[in-house]
Design a protein. Structure first.
Length: 341
């Protein structure tokens, strides 16, 4: 190899390395910018017009060190027909509990007609809590489940559609034909899905999680929501989605609000890639539900609130129990190996 050829080769390698460095820098800067904008403040916040009972008592999320369990309330609303500044009742409420030790995620979907205490606002369906702001919604869900909920993520139908489309859609086994039409909203959100394994884009995915017009109503709907959210989570962990993360965040950013900081999101994302979904449960479970009427309205009451909290702890503890069991087995095997020498 001549000196000229060697110099040319070194120059090419240097340019490639520089291009890769610049591309990597742009990638991380883009992610940082989008993540920083997820937390809306001032007039950009959907909750800007909500009056707080005591401004000084507004909940500040704790500093998450990354080594303790974290619970996030995920809320989706149908904002159609609402004026700017108005907050509709939550159409979907889920709590994701992430254990950084066991690398397990538990997902709880809250039945929206569950009648419970709304802090500082009496008793009502839990889906009304968000109309008083995210702090009240987090506290209501915390009191119901018996766990501390530190964070929230809030979006509407359009944000959900954008997210599913941004990750390239999801593959779902639709368990039966789902069909419902409504003239009330000019057929904008009619539902028409056929049974079978298929690829769903954002519009069809929304049909799947919204359908509740059968005998099981909201019970089967929350099960579908957990199923689809699990599919989205798995899709986000793929190499292609990670590579397109800046563009995915840019698509959903305008429709999301959260109290998670940039550092919190970054740590949670890193943990999420390493974690697996261990449980998806309905809250309250069927054996603790009592259908009743309060003020002429049909609601769901909890038969035994303490038993519900114990059930949640049992679900959360199953991941730790599994980890402990695996550790015991490993220790036993090590002991057996040592004893043979």
């Amino acid at each position: 190899m001549t000196k000229k050829t060697k110099r040319t080769l070194i120059s090419v390698i240097t340019l490639i390395a520089l291009a890769a460095l610049l591309a990597g820098g742009y990638y991380f800067i883009s992610i940082a910018n989008e993540l920083g904008d997820l937390q809306k403040t001032g007039e950009d916040s959907p909750f800007y017009n909500i009056e707080k009972v005591d401004q000084d008592s507004a909940m500040e999320p704790p500093v998450w060190e990354g080594d303790e369990s974290v619970n996030v309330l995920l809320m989706g609303v149908d904002a159609r027909g609402f004026s700017e500044g108005e907050i509709p009742r939550s159409d979907t409420m889920l709590v994701a509990s992430i254990d950084p030790v066991t690398k397990k995620i538990s997902l709880f979907s809250l039945l929206r007609d569950t009648y419970t205490t709304i802090p500082n606002h009496g008793n009502n369906r839990i889906n009304t809590a968000i109309t008083h702001g995210p702090d009240i919604a987090m506290q209501a869900a915390s009191d119901l489940l018996g766990i501390s909920i530190q964070y929230y993520v809030y979006t509407d139908f359009q944000g959900f559609i954008k997210l599913v489309d941004a990750v390239g859609g999801v593959d779902i086994d639709v368990e039966k034909d789902l069909y419902y039409v409504s003239k009330a909203d000019n057929h904008e959100y009619d539902i028409d899905l056929k049974q079978g394994y298929q690829h769903l884009d954002g519009e069809k995915a929304l049909m799947y999680v919204r359908f509740r017009h059968d005998a099981m109503s909201d019970f089967s709907r929350t099960e579908r929501q957990r199923k689809l959210l699990g599919a989205i989570a798995e899709k986000l962990k793929t190499t292609s989605s990670i590579a397109r993360l800046p563009s995915i965040l840019k698509e959903v950013n305008p429709y999301i609000d959260t109290n998670l900081t940039f550092n919190d999101i970054w740590k949670l994302a890193a943990l999420g890639v390493q974690s697996n979904l261990q449980a998806t449960e309905q809250i309250p479970p069927m054996n603790l539900i009592k259908e009743t009427k309060i003020g002429g309205a049909a609601v769901l009451t909890v038969k035994d609130p303490d038993e519900l909290k114990a059930y949640v702890q049992e679900v959360l503890g199953s991941g730790q129990d599994s980890a402990d069991h695996e550790e015991d087995v490993a220790n036993k095997e090590d002991t057996e190996v040592i004893s043979t020498y």
